[in-house]
Design a binder for this molecule. Structure first.
Ligand code: RTP
Ligand code: MG
Length: 139
């Protein structure tokens, strides 16, 4: 059965630019319920662990540096068809290709600083949510 949860993080540049509220307003307006949320900061080592799947990619070091450069807001979200609907809401990885009205179209600065993360599968949503939140926070 498809999960009804996904996981997201508001990236450091969007937090630094005071865009937490604007981004969360778009997420709630799209019908997502906030299950768990906090503000925290990754170390480079923790960012490396979170993005371990990308460790062979050329952008891995830049990604880990960017994601540990300031506070982030990790969030677990709930909605029917959450993973796919959230990927639609955030838009393409490269904001130059992101559709009008998507979060990345509005808030991303570049391919690297693209405002927000969205899990790419139900399995990864569960793994990524559990990276930041304990069992009792996930209901
Ligand atoms: P995300 O995981 O953050 O939701 O993004 P995504 O699935 O759309 O993209 P993914 O391929 O998983 O890449 C993860 C993040 O790495 C940065 N990136 N930089 N410089 C580059 O070529 C490059 N490509 C990707 C972005 O911050 C991307 O969101
Ligand atoms: Mg990804």
């Amino acid at each position: 059965m498809a999960s009804n949860k996904t996981f997201t993080m508001i990236k450091p540049h969007a937090v630094a630019d005071n865009n937490i509220g604007g981004i969360i307003a778009m997420i709630e307006a799209a019908g997502f319920r906030i299950v768990a949320m906090k503000k925290t900061q990754l170390t480079p080592a923790l960012a490396g662990k979170f993005y371990e799947v990308h460790k062979e990619r050329g952008f891995y070091a830049e990604l880990c540096e960017m994601m540990s450069s300031g506070p982030i807001v990790p969030i677990i979200l709930e909605k029917e068809n959450a993973v796919a609907d959230f990927r639609t809401l955030i838009g393409a990885t490269n904001p130059e290709n992101a559709a009008e009205g998507t979060i990345r179209k509005i808030y991303a600065k570049s391919l690297s600083e693209n405002a927000i993360h969205g899990s790419d599968s139900d399995e990864n949503a569960a793994i990524e949510g559990s990276f930041f939140f304990g069992v009792i926070e996930q209901y």
